[in-house]
Ligand binder design. Structure first.
Ligand SMILES: Cc1ncc(COP(=O)(O)O)c(C=O)c1O
Length: 389
């Protein structure tokens, strides 16, 4: 007989053991086994990718494109990414600075491994995207967080960012539009942060996966301010292609070889025929993204009105992405409330603690779900509150 204690405990690394769960996915796993649940837990658009995108994947597959591609990715896709920067931000990003990846998550893995040594610090905001600390942990790096000002709609305090940095801060990880706050960095703020990073010899990694999904403040890229930064981005959000696993990295010219070597070894390449679908998606983005944005805006407004009426709203209006935080401290512990909302009224939410200590009294609601479902969710949350007052 084998002892599971030996295999289960002693063989695991410290980094693996310290990896925290991605609770949105754990809630999804539980919620998927249940019936009649409104899913507000994961940031997964309810749209299908456009028919043209699906058709190009099918056609590519039928044409036999099922082998490996180069690790950098298909030239045509890298050209389509380069074109996207040209028409969206008026930026000339050569294809020799672009590596295609199986999603933004893979891009983050590669970039963190390239930039952080054991003990190096990465600075990020609190709240943060739930998985960021774990990307950093896998490198042996340490995490420093800068609290955001909740009363100012989670705006960053740029001065505080600078004060919180030290010689060991090697990476500044930015995310705008932000998951979970929906706040969008102004172009001037991005410029300030770029200057602070340069003064401090810190490399900016800018996660731009929600770019294009903005309502008030337009999204701007770090690349408008400096070439000395890494951008990670992908197709999951604005093209509704979460399960397709496709993304990219833009890096400073001198780093492309190391990023490519990491990609060759760790993932080899993104799926061949999915890369062809990516070309079709990028070619349609100027039409597609504004339409999605309008739908999300309407949902956001309905959700805000609903939660404010229920007394759990936090009085801010997210300017991008598709998430809203609500404050459930008056109802009890947020973990407990999240579990009970699922079990008692069939509404799946993510506990705020996933996104940092500053929002542990909150739940994150995703409005990437349909309007009718959102209205049902508001009604059910209302009933839950009424029953528990
Ligand atoms: C801020 C942020 N970055 C990265 C990702 C991962 O994206 P992908 O599906 O491209 O790996 C997510 C997914 O929710 C996200 O919210």
């Amino acid at each position: 007989m084998f002892s599971s204690a030996f295999f289960g405990v002693r063989m695991l690394t410290k980094r693996a053991k310290e990896t925290t769960p991605f609770r949105a996915m754990s809630v999804l796993e539980r919620a998927q086994k249940m019936e009649d649940v409104v899913h507000l837990e994961v940031g997964e658009p309810d749209f299908e990718p456009p028919a043209e995108v699906i058709d190009s994947a099918i056609e590519s597959m039928l044409n036999g494109n099922s082998g490996y591609t180069t690790s950098r990715g298909k030239i045509k896709l890298r050209e389509a990414v380069s074109d996207y920067y040209q028409r969206t931000y008026d930026l000339d990003i050569g294809i020799d600075r672009i590596v295609i990846t199986p999603g933004t998550s893979a891009a983050l893995t590669m970039v963190c491994l390239a930039l952080l040594e054991e003990g190096d610090e990465a600075i990020l905001t609190d709240p943060y995207y739930a998985c960021y600390p774990n990307f950093i942990r896998q490198t042996g790096g340490t995490i420093n967080t800068v609290p955001l000002d909740i009363s100012a709609g989670f705006a960053p305090n740029i001065k505080l960012f600078e004060e919180s940095m030290s010689e060991s801060t090697k990476v500044m990880l930015l995310n705008s539009p932000s998951n979970p706050t929906g706040s969008v960095l102004k172009n001037s703020e991005i410029g300030e942060l770029a200057r602070i990073a340069q003064r401090n010899k810190t490399t900016i990694v800018s996660d731009e996966v929600y770019h294009g999904i903005y309502y008030d403040t337009e999204t701007h890229s770090i690349l408008e301010h400096t070439d000395d930064a890494f951008v990670v981005d992908g197709f999951s959000k604005r093209f509704a292609m979460t399960g397709w696993r496709l993304g990219w990295i833009v890096c400073p010219p001198e780093c492309i070889d190391v990023i490519n070597r990491l990609t060759q070894n760790l993932v080899i390449c993104a799926t061949n025929f999915v890369q062809d679908a990516g070309i079709a998606a990028l070619q349609m983005s100027d039409d597609l993204v504004p339409k999605m944005r309008d739908v999300y805006r309407k949902r956001r407004d309905v959700l805000i009105e609903g939660v404010e009426k229920l007394g759990v709203g936090m009085g801010y209006v997210p300017e991008g992405a598709y998430y809203l935080l609500i404050d459930v401290s008056e109802l009890g512990d947020a973990f407990d409330i999240s579990n009970r909302l699922l079990d008692e009224v069939g509404v799946a939410t993510t506990p705020g603690a996933d996104f940092g200590g500053s929002v542990e009294n909150c739940l994150r609601l995703s409005y990437a779900t349909g309007m009718e479902d959102l209205k049902v969710a508001i009604e059910r949350i209302g009933k839950f509150i009424e029953d528990n007052q």
